[in-house]
Design a protein around this ligand. Sequence first.
Ligand code: NOJ
Ligand code: CA
Length: 709
Amino acid sequence: MKTIIKIFSVFLLFFTTSCSNDITELTSPDGKISLSFALLDGKPIYTVNYQNKCIIDTSSLGFQLKDMKALDGNFELERSSHANFSEIWKPLWGESSEITNKYCELLLELVQKDDQQRKLNIRFRVFDDGIGFRYEFPAQENLKDFVITDELSEFKLKGDHNCWWIPADYDSYEYSYNSTKLSEIDSREYNYYQSGDRHIMNPKAVNTPITMQTADNLFLSIHEAALIDYADMTLEVKENNTLKADLCPWPDGSKVHASAPFNSPWRTVLITKTPGELVTSNLILNLNEPTKLNDVSWIEPMKYIGIWWEMHIGKSSWGRGKVQGSWSGLERTTHGATTENTKKYIDFASASGIKGVLIEGWNTGWEYWGVDTTGFFDFITPYDDFDIYEVVRYAKEKGVEIVGHHETAGDVENYDKRLEAAFAFYNKIGIRAVKTGYAGPIRPVGYFHHSQYMVRHYHRVVETAAKYKIMIDAHEPIKDTGERRTFPNFMTREGVRGTEYEAWSEGNSPEHTTILPFTRGLAGPIDYTPGIFDLTFDKYKKTERVHTTLAKQLALYVTLYSPLNMAADLPENYKGNLAFEFIKEVPVTWDETKVLDAKIGDYIITARRLGDEWYIGAITDENEFTSSISLDFLNPELRYNAKIFSDGDDVNYDTNPTSIKIEQKEVIGKDRIHIKLAVSGGTGLIYLPFYFTIPIFSESHRNKFCGNL
Ligand code: NOJ
Ligand code: CA
C-alpha cells in the first residue's frame, strides 16, 4: 500500500480564484477512502471520497481565538509528511480480544504568512472504515496561552441524508433518538428546554455520535476520539447539508482554554457499507493512546446486581430520616441500603455467580436531595443502619464484590474536595468499583456537564480512581470517545436514556434499543441496566412499565455492550425463573463480535464469541420480525448445544410480556436457525460446544416454565 501526494486536475476546478494552492491527497490502506487537503487562498479545507463518490465536500478547518487573530486563513504549507501504520493490539476487555489498527497518515504543518508566523498542524488518518483528524498547536513564541472561542471544523455532506440524532444538550444525552432528514433537525419539536440539568441552547444542533444513511446506502457516523482536555463537540446544521462544530462553552462563553503544545481531540467520520460495520469499527479506540498503567490486575469486567431498581420503582428510598432542604415535606419510603437488605443481595449474587453488588443510598446526604441543597455528601459517612465494614466482610466471605456509589448531585466543587479521601476510603476497605453520578445542575453555577471544565473533572476522577485501583462506571457523564484504551479502568458510562426511564416516565419506545447500537453505542460501553423480569411492577407502580418482552430484556445483554453489566431487577423477581440462566451465563468481555443482520431503528441480530461459546441477541422494534440465521460462524469441527430463549407463542408486550419459550437443540455450523420476534420482542441464544454442556434445566423447571421443551 502506498500513500501519494498528487495534484488532481479535477480538484483544481474548485480553486479557480486561488493563487497558490497546496493540494495533498491521502488514501486508506484498501484504497477505497481518499481524503484531500488544500489551502484555498490560504484557508485550510478538506474533502473525503469513498470509491470515487464525494462524501464530504469542500469543508473548512480552523479556529477563532479570543483577543487574537483567527487561525482560519493566511496559511502556507511549511511541510507535509506521510506515514503508514499497522499494529494489532489486545484490549484488556471489550467486544473483541484483538484489534487491528491500520491507517495512512498525513501531517500538514501550516504557518501564517505574517509577522507573527503562528503555526497550526493538522494530522489526518485514513482507515479502511473512516477518517479522523485533529489539530496540533506546536510550542511557539507567538501562541502560548490561548482561548478558543469557535472551532471552524465543518462536515459538508453530499446530500440531505437520513439521520438518527439527539439534541445538542450541553448537560445530558438522556434522550430518545429522532430520525429525520439532516435539514429537518430541529429540537424545538421535542424535549426543548433550558433549565436545571438540561440545556439545549441551539435547536439546530445535535450531540454526537450522529449517524446517517445516504441515498445510495452508505452509513456515516460523526463523533470524536480522545476527548481528554477540550469541550464536547456538538454539530450545528448549516446551509447545504453542512454540519459545523459547536463547542460546549464555559460560563463566559469561551470554549477551550489551552497552552501550546496542545492537541485537540480527533474528529471522526465512520464510512461503511452496512450498519453492522459501524458497530464493529475500532477507529475511535485506535485514535486513543495505549494505556500507561503498568498494573492492571485489579481491573475485571463483571455483572452486578444492586440496591437500585427498588428505589426507582418506589419500593424503598435512597435517603434515611426526614427529608430536608427544598424538598422537605415529601414522604419517604423505607431506607433501601440497610445492612440486612444488602446481605440479601449478597446472598443472591453469591448463589447465582453474579460478581458485584451495587449499593446506592448507603451514605449520608440524601436527606438533602434537591436542587438548592449542596455540599451534604462526604462520600465517607454511612447511615446508621448500614454497617459498611460488616457488609464488605460479608461480601468477601461470599465471594462477592461491592460496587460503591458516589452520587455528587452535580456538586462538583464538593466532590473535587473530597475525591482523594473518598477513593482512599473505598480502597482501604476493599472496594474496587465505583458508580459515580452527576444528577443535577453542575455547581459551580453556570458550568455545563459537557464543558471543558467537566471534561477535565471526569478525567481527574478516572486518574484518581486508578491511583486507588478503582474501576469507574460514570452516570450523567461526558460522552465516551474511546478513552478506555488509555484508561482501562473507565469501564462504562450511562450517557443514555436507560432503563431507569421505564420506572418513572413514559418510558423508552420499542425502537429505542434498535437505534442505540448504531448511535450512542458507537461511542463506547453503555450501562443501560437491562434485565427487568417483572415488566409491569404493578405492586409498586400502576402506570409505568418496561416496554419490551422478557426475551428482549435477555437479548439486550448481547446487542448492547458493557463490561460492567447490571442485572437490574429485584432478586425476588429472578429467583426460580429459568430465564435468569441466560443472564447468569452471558459473558461481559468477548473474543469476537459480528452483527449478523440489522436495520437501524428496526432490528439488530448480534453474535459474540468467548472461547468456543457463541451468544446471539436479536431484538426488534414495534413490528414483528422473523429471520433465518445461517450458523456458518460456528466452528465446523464442533457440535453445539443451542439454548434458545425466545418470545412465547402467546407473548404480547402490552398484555402478556413475560411469556418466554426456552428450548434446547443440537446444531452444527451448516444449520440455519429460524427466529421469530414478537412486537418489541427478542431472542437470546447460547451455543455451547458439547464438551462444555452441563444440563441446566431440571424437570421441575421444565414443567413450570418451558411448555415447549
Ligand atoms: C441517576 C442515575 O442514572 C441512576 O442510576 C441513579 O440511581 C440515580 N441518579 C441516583 O444516583
Ligand atoms: Ca441518569
